[in-house]
Design a protein around this ligand. Structure first.
Ligand SMILES: [Zn+2]
Ligand SMILES: [Zn+2]
Length: 247
């Protein structure tokens, strides 16, 4: 691994480490590129960054980028839910503050009512899938994080999974949006990354990125990332080394 595009800091209140701790570790690991993608601020309960803190957050991130700019390429981003009423906020962050690497991590449906970690019913899977496809179609997001997040509780691979992933993969294929193989699920022993999903995905012309989804600088290239890399290779999935190579 030489790049990581999914990274959280202590600002999202369930991760540890300052921005500079991540950049120092990434340089030590010989990474060429890193994107900071804390959970974006929005009105729902699983958001931890307070919009009132964005000024201080942005100032500290800019200062850390300045300190490391000669040693590593750093992208400013956020992990975002697709929530139609929040799109103006995302546009502001992207266009005014330079958070150009917005990734879609859909932890809910587009009404904010369904929590993707607690999905147990086919109708909820369909609502999740529909919001992912609608969100990607806006063109706001550079990558789809953990498309298989709902398999945390929705344990059985079935017809509904196939229908929903068909829609998601067709959308990613036509918009050339890479999908993430998320090793935080591996780290947390959740239902993702799902190798059933990855096998199914071989029917589509997709680009893949393995990301740490680090919540601690020590996660950046830890054993779960390496184990996931090995398993992905055994499944014959080709992973792009950098975002640029997904294009
Ligand atoms: Zn996430
Ligand atoms: Zn994340």
């Amino acid at each position: 691994m030489i790049a990581n595009y999914h990274t959280h800091s202590r600002w999202c209140k369930h991760a540890t480490g300052e921005f500079s701790d991540y950049f120092r570790k990434a340089v030590e690991l010989g990474f060429k590129e890193i994107a900071m993608t804390d959970h974006v601020c929005h009105r729902y309960s699983w958001c931890w960054l307070d919009f009132n803190d964005i000024g201080e957050f942005d100032a500290q991130l800019n200062a850390a980028i300045e300190e490391y700019r000669d040693r590593i390429k750093i992208l400013k981003g956020f992990e975002c839910e697709y929530l139609p009423e929040e799109m103006d906020t995302y546009r502001y962050l992207r266009d005014e503050l330079g958070y150009e690497f917005l990734i879609m991590g859909q932890h809910c449906d587009s009404t904010g009512r369904i929590n993707a970690f607690n999905i147990t019913k086919p109708d909820e899977v369909k609502a999740y899938g529909q919001s992912v496809c609608e969100g990607l179609a806006t063109g706001m997001f550079k990558m789809l994080a953990h498309p298989d997040v709902f398999l945390t509780e929705y344990k059985s691979w079935d017809k509904t999974c196939e229908e929903v992933f068909h829609d998601i993969f067709t959308t990613c294929e036509s918009l050339r949006i890479p999908i993430e193989i998320n090793t935080n699920g591996y780290r947390g022993k959740r239902g993702y990354p799902s190798f059933e999903m990855l096998e199914f995905s071989k029917g589509y012309d997709l680009r893949y990125l393995i990301n740490s989804d680090a919540h601690d600088p020590e996660h950046l290239y830890d054993e779960p990332v390496k184990a996931c890399e090995r398993e992905v290779a055994e499944h014959g999935i080709h992973v792009c080394e950098t975002f640029a190579k997904t294009k």
